[in-house]
Design a protein around this ligand. Structure first.
Ligand code: 8YV
Length: 320
């Protein structure tokens, strides 16, 4: 029976390596000298850039790049398509990422980290003096109303928030169900909402969606939450907005220069910083691993993965 060669871009958890081992001969790039030689399948994560140059050099027999993660901005999709290489992702991180988005929103507006830090330092009084801002009754502007954006909206409605969203097109059915109001203008959404949650993919049209110009449109005291991708925000401009006092705070799970965190961000007590843990529950990581395996199996049996990323509508976000 044909045993494919599977190259993995980095060492993966043991159970996943074992499951891959049952499907084919597995080699780790950078560790096993000939991991890429004759590889039929390449397994990677959001942390592994698969640019055009690298894709062009992939072996002739390589037919699938199986990404472990829903976002595929790490992969040059058109270079893969040009080479006839299929690309798959794992769209099973929706609920866990939405949970983390709400956790970041609440932690930031109620100053949880600062209060806890003061308590741990033995300063109970200073901890109790930390006044946050309330979430209920406020308006949340969600940028990107796909599966994750909608899951955030469902949760935020439970917290008594009003929901607005911006994206390339209105999503009338989901919006009616969630009582969410569509803004075709990003600028209008930014200037009228109290919290902003970034839940759109990173593409050429969303890179630095929040920059000096757009951050200046935010309501005074607004709070920005990012569980999408770090490069959606120009961090130098974010630091300026925080320094100006106009921005009320930020909750960030992802960073522009990940895994490096812009040092200036560490100065602010109204900023919550997490190391890209949107999908980091045991259950979600298991779901992701199983989905990647399912994609590989489907590719081996039917010459196409289950979650094919090619031909997906290109998300074009409107300009201001
Ligand atoms: C990462 C994510 O893939 O699904 C995504 O797009 O960003 C995350 O789930 C995960 O942290 C592993 O790199």
């Amino acid at each position: 029976m044909f045993k494919p060669h599977i190259a993995v871009a980095r060492p993966l958890p043991d159970l996943l390596m074992q499951a891959l081992g049952q499907l084919g001969n597995v080699g780790v790039i950078g560790t096993d000298e000939d991991a890429l030689n004759n590889a039929n399948i390449l397994v990677c994560t959001a942390m592994d850039p698969m640019g055009a140059e690298l894709i062009e050099q992939l072996p002739e027999n390589l037919g699938l790049i199986a990404n472990i993660g829903v976002g595929i901005d790490n992969i040059d999709l058109s270079a893969a398509t040009d080479r006839g290489i299929a690309v798959s992702n794992t769209p099973v991180v929706t609920e866990d990422t939405a949970d983390l988005t709400m956790a970041l929103l609440l932690a930031t507006c109620r100053r949880l980290n600062r209060s806890e830090q003061l308590l741990r330092d033995g300063d109970w009084a200073a901890g109790t003096a930390q006044l946050g801002v309330r979430a209920h009754g406020k308006t949340l502007g969600i940028i990107g109303f796909g599966a994750i954006g909608q899951a955030v909206a469902r949760r935020a409605r439970g917290f008594g928030m009003n929901i607005c969203y911006h994206g390339p097109n209105p999503k009338t059915e989901a919006a009616a169900e969630l009582n969410a109001h569509y803004y075709s203008s990003l600028g209008a959404l930014l200037s009228e909402t109290d919290f902003i949650s970034l839940n759109c993919p990173l593409t050429e049209s969303t890179r630095h969606l929040l920059n000096e110009k757009t951050l200046a449109l935010l309501k005074s005291g607004a709070i920005v939450i990012n569980t999408g991708r770090g490069q959606l925000i120009n961090e130098a401009a974010l630091v300026k907005a925080l320094d100006s006092g106009n921005l009320g705070g930020a909750g960030l799970d992802v960073f522009e220069f990940e895994p490096r965190v812009t040092p200036d961000l560490l100065r602010f007590h109204n900023v919550t910083l997490l190391p890209h843990i949107g999908s980091a529950t045991g259950e979600c990581r298991t779901d992701m691993a199983m989905r990647a395996i399912a994609n590989i199996k489907h590719f081996l049996e039917h010459d196409a993965p289950l979650d094919t990323c090619q031909g997906v509508q290109n998300t074009h976000f409107t300009e201001l």
